[in-house]
Design a protein around this ligand. Structure first.
Ligand code: NAP
Length: 281
C-alpha cells in the first residue's frame, strides 16, 4: 500500500513517517515541495505517485497566531483541506485528514465522543472544523483523525518549551484550568495504520489514555527528569493569550479501541518513554 504525507516535516509527520515506513510504501512531502493550497501541484503529485492513501498533516498550528493571520489560517486549514479532498475524490485516494480537540468548546464536562457537536472557540478551531466539513462533503469516505496535546521528536511543543524555560529561569508558571490528554505523536501510528488497512472512514478520536492539566503535565515532566523546578499554577485569564482554549477537551476513545483493538497507553507511560529516549532540549 502506498501512503503519501502532506505537511510531513511537522511534528506529527516526523514522528509517524518512520513507523509507517515499516508497514507501507511511504513518500513524505512538505510545503517546500507541495503547498496544499496549490491545486495544480497537488494534482500533479497525486497523478504521478498514484497513492492508495494521503495523510494530510499540513496546517497552520499556531493557535494564537491564527487569531491575527485569519486569512492564512483559513486558506491552509480550510481551503487547503478542500482542495486536497477534491483531488483525492477525483483520483480515488483515501484521504486521512488530521484534526483537533480545539473543534470543541470544552464545556461538556465529560469526554467528547465523535458524535458530539463541535463548537470551536478559537479561529484556529473554526478553520479546522471548516476543513473537516469540506473533507467530508467532498470526499465522504475520508478518515478524520482528531488528536490533542501532541509532543514528540522534532518540532517545538509544550514539553520542549517548558523544559527550555525552566532551564533558563529555574521556575515556570503554567495554566491549571485546561484539561486534556497529552499524546505522544508516535502512538497515533499503530491505530491509524489499522484504520487505513481496514478501509475505515468517518471521524475517530485518538489520544493517550487519561488526562491532566498543563500544570500537572509540567510537574510530571520535571519529576520524571529529576529537575528541581518551581512550578506555579496560574489561570488562563492571568496568561491573557489571544486565543481561547477549551477548558476540558478530553476525548472518549472507545470508537478507535473497538475498531482497531488497540488500547492506547496512559499519557504518563508514553511521556516517560519519550523523556527517557529523546532527551528533549
Ligand atoms: N500539535 C498539536 O498539539 C496538535 C493537536 C491536535 C491536532 N493537531 C493537528 O495535527 C496536524 C499536524 O500537526 P503538527 O503538530 O504536526 O503541526 P506542525 O508541526 O505545525 O506541522 C504542520 C506542517 O505543515 C506544513 N504546512 C503549513 N502550511 C502548509 C501548506 N500550505 N502546504 C503544505 N504544508 C504546509 C508546515 O510547514 P511550516 O512549518 O513550514 O509552516 C509543517 O511542516 C494538524 O492538522 C494539526 O491541526 C496538532
Amino acid at each position: 500500500m502506498k501512503v503519501l504525507f502532506a505537511g510531513g516535516k511537522g511534528l506529527l509527520g516526523t514522528n509517524i513517517i518512520p513507523l509507517f515506513k515499516k508497514r507501507f510504501d511511504v513518500a513524505g512531502f512538505d510545503i517546500d515541495e507541495w503547498d496544499i493550497t496549490d491545486r495544480k501541484a497537488g494534482e500533479a503529485i497525486i497523478a504521478g505517485e498514484r497513492p492508495d492513501a494521503l495523510i494530510n498533516c499540513a496546517a497552520v498550528t499556531d493557535v494564537d497566531g491564527c487569531e491575527d493571520k485569519r486569512e492564512l489560517a483559513e486558506k491552509i486549514n480550510s481551503h487547503g483541506a478542500a482542495i486536497i479532498a477534491d483531488i483525492c475524490s477525483k483520483y480515488r485516494v483515501k484521504l486521512v485528514h488530521i484534526s483537533t480537540d480545539y473543534v470543541f468548546d470544552g464545556t461538556k464536562g465529560l469526554p467528547y465522543t465523535e458524535e458530539d457537536t463541535p463548537n470551536p472557540i478559537s479561529f484556529y478551531g473554526k478553520t479546522k472544523l471548516w476543513g473537516e466539513e469540506q473533507v467530508l462533503a467532498k470526499a465522504p469516505s475520508s478518515l478524520i483523525i482528531r488528536s490533542q496535546w501532541l509532543y514528540g521528536e522534532g518540532g517545538r511543543h509544550f514539553i520542549s518549551k517548558v523544559i527550555e524555560i525552566a532551564r533558563e529561569r529555574g521556575s515556570i508558571e503554567v495554566v491549571n484550568d485546561q484539561k486534556g490528554s497529552p499524546t505522544y505523536a508516535k502512538d497515533i501510528a499503530e491505530p491509524l495504520s489499522i484504520l487505513i488497512e481496514k478501509g475505515e472512514s468517518g471521524i475517530y478520536h485518538i489520544c493517550n489514555d487519561g488526562s491532566c492539566t498543563w500544570y500537572e503535565l509540567a510537574q510530571e515532566v520535571f519529576m520524571t527528569l529529576g529537575m528541581d523546578i518551581q512550578v506555579t499554577a496560574v489561570s488562563s485569564q492571568a496568561l491573557n493569550r489571544k486565543a481561547a482554549r477549551p477548558a476540558c477537551s478530553v476525548f472518549d476513545t472507545k470508537k478507535v479501541r473497538n475498531t482497531t483493538g488497540i488500547a492506547m497507553r496512559s499519557w504518563q507511560e508514553a511521556l516517560r518513554e519519550y523523556l527517557e529516549s529523546s532527551r528533549p532540549v
